[in-house]
Design a protein around this ligand. Sequence first.
Ligand SMILES: [Cu+2]
Length: 265
Amino acid sequence: MTNTNRPVKLIAVASVTFAVLAGAACGGSAPAFAPAAESAPAVAAPTATADGPGVLTGIVTFDGTAPKPRPLPMDSDPQCKATEPGGTVSEVLLVGAGNGIQNIFVYVKDGLGDRRYAAPSTPVTLDQKGCRYVPHVFGIQVGQTLLVSNSDPLIHNVHALPANNREFNFGQPAKTPPVERVFQQPEIGLFFKCDVHGWMAAYANVVTHPFFAVTKEDGSFEIKGLPEGRYTLELWHARLGTQTVSVTVTAAVPATVAASFKIPN
Ligand SMILES: [Cu+2]
């Protein structure tokens, strides 16, 4: 996370609390980037499929009283303001029912061994709608197509600022076709911004397998199809930092993880 252009710098989590159920154990904060799959032969065919018996569910909550999201300064662009006349709020930290934290990217960081998974043929879509990126946080596999679309009646530009992948930056006027991009390297927290509207931000999380999820409004997530085994999960949030959790997944019963984040000091 060396990019100095992003508006919100990642800060290591100073204090974390885990309540890990079903045979899981906790670890400390971890590097923000997944390692590249450099140990596997470059030509190894992806033969593994995400149809294992393991189910992993979890909930991520905010420890403390969450700050109220601030309104986005859309008055600076009347065209944007017109897309959301009632106004909208920053997505930097969204805490919902039960103090659940939305938009935490949860993925298997380690434990899959040398299994290799093909990228899905279906694309992931990143839309620009109401002068925001939708979704704000998403996962995508290495080699999977990202379709960037613009549903707004105005031009945006899409500026990706990767650490491990190739930077790109293009304008996308209203009513123009989606633009395709593909990421070649794993990367967590790959930042997207619009150089026209400074509040617009999205984070791609590029991984080598399909075992990831983004927490919903209530902070919950689910990952299915895992092989039985012991895994290290990483939980990433753009503002709150990262945590790792060890968890054992068996066919017999869903594994359950609970974690919480505080505002870093
Ligand atoms: Cu824009």
